[in-house]
Design a protein around this ligand. Structure first.
Ligand code: FAD
Length: 318
């Protein structure tokens, strides 16, 4: 079922969902299943599975020289989506990226999604590769998420990349896109970023999932500004519980988001990362309670592969 249909069917009841990341290459899927097992009692109607683009690695050739190669360290997004859908009878949402993929490869992936009965996809641009300062569009790929949304929307109208086919089966994807309550890090202003978010919605996006935030006021103001900008699709808040002390530096650095002073001092006063994890859980519970009271359609949690903290939050809320 489409995410928008799940939301409609819930009839103003807030739903629980979460995002997982595929295991590192070389691992099996069992640990992922163990994490999902513990969250299924909260009845998520859908689970997101992230995708990571290719990375550069240097292989020692043994003669003092290094060989530069590209690799994907966390492959298997679509396979995981299919496996989870089959095992738990839950909808899965593969993340589809512009970066690292040609339009042709994207079409191939979307056709596979359609065959597998996967009806929702999250359309994202992706980030620059580790060695790059700025995102560069992949040759033959899309420069912005909005262009990827258009490609998916074209497929929903039976329009494929090359018009050499005789029958044009129409897919029926529900399309999610990313939104940034504290603006995307490359955007010169929140207003400009909202203009680009509106372009994604106009291109066919059906719902928005936000970047993590730790101050609900940022989300409420974002939703208000988005509505004023003419964005009328559901905006799902993304919540990440702080888990280690290093997040105090890492999260602002990577995502350009602010952390509230009270959260910073609570984390700083922790003696161990176990204490930090507990502070993260308590903060996320307070955030979730307020968002729930405000009637958000879904509370969507970033699990980062470990579900114990998400389970504690969910049992306090759902
Ligand atoms: P876009 O919407 O294309 O925006 C990127 C930047 O370009 C913004 O600053 C925007 O304002 C600007 N822009 C847009 N259109 C134009 C235009 N026409 N002209 C000029 N500027 C423009 N990354 C992954 O690698 N894998 C994942 O699985 C993943 N999942 C995510 C899930 C969520 C919920 C979120 C919020 C992010 C996720 N990301 C993921 C990160 C995401 O790929 C990055 O934040 C990326 O830098 C931007 O992606 P986007 O889809 O928002 O890009």
């Amino acid at each position: 079922m489409k995410i928008t249909e799940h939301i409609k069917k819930a009839n103003n009841k807030t739903l629980f969902s979460f995002e997982i990341i595929p295991p590192k290459k070389g691992n099996n899927i069992q640990e992922l299943y163990d994490n999902i097992d513990s969250l299924m009692e909260f009845k998520p109607p859908f689970i997101d599975v992230t995708t990571s683009r290719e990375e550069l690695i240097y292989v020692d050739k043994g003669n003092g020289l290094l060989d530069r190669r590209t690799t994907r360290t966390r492959p298997g997004t679509l396979g995981i989506c299919a496996a989870i859908k089959h095992k738990y009878d839950v909808d899965t949402v593969p993340h589809v990226l512009c970066g690292g993929f040609t339009k042709e490869e994207t079409e191939y992936l979307l056709v596979d999604c359609d065959y597998l009965g996967i009806q929702n996809v999250m359309a994202l641009r992706g980030d620059a590769m580790g060695h790059q300062k700025y995102f560069e569009a992949t040759k033959g790929g899309h420069p912005f998420a909005k262009d990827l949304v258009s490609q998916i929307n074209d497929l929903n109208s039976g329009k494929y990349l090359h018009d050499v086919i005789e029958t044009n089966h129409k897919s029926d994807f529900c399309i999610g896109v990313a939104g940034y309550p504290e603006k995307h890090l490359e955007s010169p202003s929140l207003q400009t970023d909202l203009k680009h978010l509106k372009e994604k919605v106009d291109a066919g996006a059906d719902y928005v999932v936000t970047q993590m935030f730790f101050d609900n006021q940022k989300y409420f103001e974002f939703v208000k500004a988005a509505k004023e900008a003419g964005i009328n699709v559901p905006i799902i808040p993304g919540i990440k519980p702080i888990a280690v002390k290093r997040h105090l530096q890492l999260l602002p650095q990577v995502f350009r988001i602010d952390l509230p002073e009270t959260l910073i001092s609570s984390v700083k006063s922790c003696k161990t990362n176990k204490d930090v994890r507990q502070v993260g859980v308590e903060w996320a519970i307070q955030q979730s309670k307020e968002l729930l009271a405000a009637g958000v359609p879904v509370l969507h949690y970033y699990s980062m592969g470990k579900s114990d903290n998400i389970g504690k939050i969910a049992s306090a809320i759902f």
